[in-house]
Design a protein around this ligand. Structure first.
Ligand code: DC
Length: 222
């Protein structure tokens, strides 16, 4: 087993299983887990709370540059507020996708994400980790699943408010498709698979199967 602490990048669309796999890998390897989507969500939350227009790039970027994030054990905090639950609502899905389109916000968060991971021992999940944040990551995984499966998972995700409404899978699927479209077509760092990432289609696989395949891609753990 290798003793060097690696950088593991996990990218893919919503509902592909990134969070579950990233948490399991971090636990198995005793690495830090960084959910970068939580950072975009927290920035959007703070901007809304401060009454800042989400299209005001400079003002939102100021938050991204200066906010204190607390990211540990699945909790997301910003400037002393625990926003773990508040950021997982359909409204915050749209708000986070909106701020994630702004290049200055991305530049600020990418710099902070690099600081979290630079020494290794990290499993970082997002949309641009293997392509932009850590193009030289030791392990790159790109998780995907069919749109139907992703919508089904999202509508059953207990940490997401959509699962507590009676929205139904069809409504969740529609919102997910709109957000995917935004993430894939934006000008700044759109979601895409790094050429050297391992593509894992998780449709129809159990969590255990996906985690086993992901672990098999980690040098020394295969
Ligand atoms: O993974 P998530 O659903 O919590 O991400 C929230 C939003 O942030 C989503 O629209 C994608 C975007 N995002 C991004 O653009 N880059 C990242 N590294 C992580 C998330």
């Amino acid at each position: 087993m290798t003793s060097r602490r690696l950088i593991i990048a996990i990218d893919g669309p919503s509902g592909a299983g990134k969070g579950t796999v990233a948490r399991a890998l971090a636990l198995a390897l005793d690495y830090r887990h960084v959910d970068t989507g939580g950072m975009y969500r927290a920035v959007a939350w703070k901007a809304m709370r401060d009454g800042i227009d989400l299209t005001n790039e400079d003002a939102v970027a100021t938050i991204a540059n200066s906010a204190a994030f607390e990211l540990s054990h699945g909790q997301v905090g910003i400037d002393g507020h625990d926003v773990t639950a508040a950021i997982r609502t359909p409204e915050m899905d749209a708000a986070a996708a909106s701020v994630a389109r702004l290049p200055k916000v991305r530049a600020a968060l990418v710099e902070r994400q690099r600081a979290y991971g630079i020494e290794g021992g990290v499993v970082m999940e997002g949309r641009d980790i293997g392509t932009v944040v850590f193009p030289k990551a030791d392990v790159k995984l790109y998780l995907d699943a069919s749109p139907e499966e992703r919508a089904r998972r999202r509508s059953q995700d207990p940490s997401h408010a959509a699962s507590k409404t009676n929205a139904g899978v069809a409504v969740v699927a529609e919102a997910l498709a709109a957000r995917d479209q935004s993430d894939r077509t934006r000008a700044a760092s759109p979601l895409s698979k790094a050429e050297d990432a391992l593509y894992l289609d998780t449709t129809g696989l159990t969590i255990e199967e996906v985690v086993a395949r992901a672990l098999a891609a980690v040098p020394g753990r295969g």
